[in-house]
Design a protein around this ligand. Structure first.
Ligand code: GDP
Ligand code: MG
Length: 175
């Protein structure tokens, strides 16, 4: 139908997890505003943005995106953000093995079979300084039933694809 509130339209809460500085806020701002601001501020606590995405089958997905601060001192708040989430986007920086270890920590701590789990290697534009191989990340993702993608919030590479792949994996209402 052409109704504004089509029954197959979806609403999905997404949470971003990962170390501070890996580019979580930049990924969200690139997706929602189409911009990259290299002087963006550190996220304090959490921020919330929403964006809709039209899929090929004309389903409209409304994402409610919770962008958390990665700092350890906010870790206690994570369960609150996490509640009701349809997907968790766990981000690391491909130039930082430490951030990849941290991503694995977030997966262990907050991974859940009930939600779509995504592993994102960001800053793919910095490939000359790569220190986490795509293959290692892909293998880790497969073992943990995660979808894996490398992105660049700076160049916009794979940013829309990231959200499209999440949308494809969301549970559909049985009608
Ligand atoms: P957050 O703490 O995970 O939210 O990280 P931010 O989004 O605040 O980004 C941290 C820093 O990384 C900022 O200086 C950004 O400009 C930079 N950054 C974010 N994404 C990218 C990217 O894809 N490529 C490059 N080269 N820098 C990025
Ligand atoms: Mg941030």
């Amino acid at each position: 139908s052409s109704s504004a509130t089509d029954s197959k339209d979806l609403r999905a809460k997404l949470v971003l997890l990962g170390d501070s500085g890996v580019g979580k806020s930049c990924i969200v701002l690139r997706f929602v505003r189409g911009q990259f601001d290299p002087t963006s501020k550190v996220t304090v606590g959490a921020s919330f943005l929403s964006q809709t995405l039209a899929l090929e089958d004309s389903t409209i997905v409304k994402f409610e995106i919770w962008d958390t601060a990665g700092q350890e001192r906010y870790a206690a708040l994570a369960p609150l953000y996490y509640r009701g989430a349809a997907a968790a986007i766990v981000v690391y920086d491909i130039t930082s093995p430490d951030s990849f270890s941290k991503a694995q920590y977030w997966v262990k701590k907050h991974g859940s079979p009930g939600i779509v789990m995504v592993l994102v290697g960001n800053k793919a534009d910095l490939h000359e300084n790569r220190s986490v191989s795509s293959q290692d990340a892909q293998e880790y993702a497969e073992k943990n039933n995660m979808f894996f993608i490398e992105t660049s919030a700076k160049t916009a590479d794979n940013i829309n694809q990231l959200f499209e792949e999440i949308a494809k994996r969301l549970p559909r209402p049985t009608a």
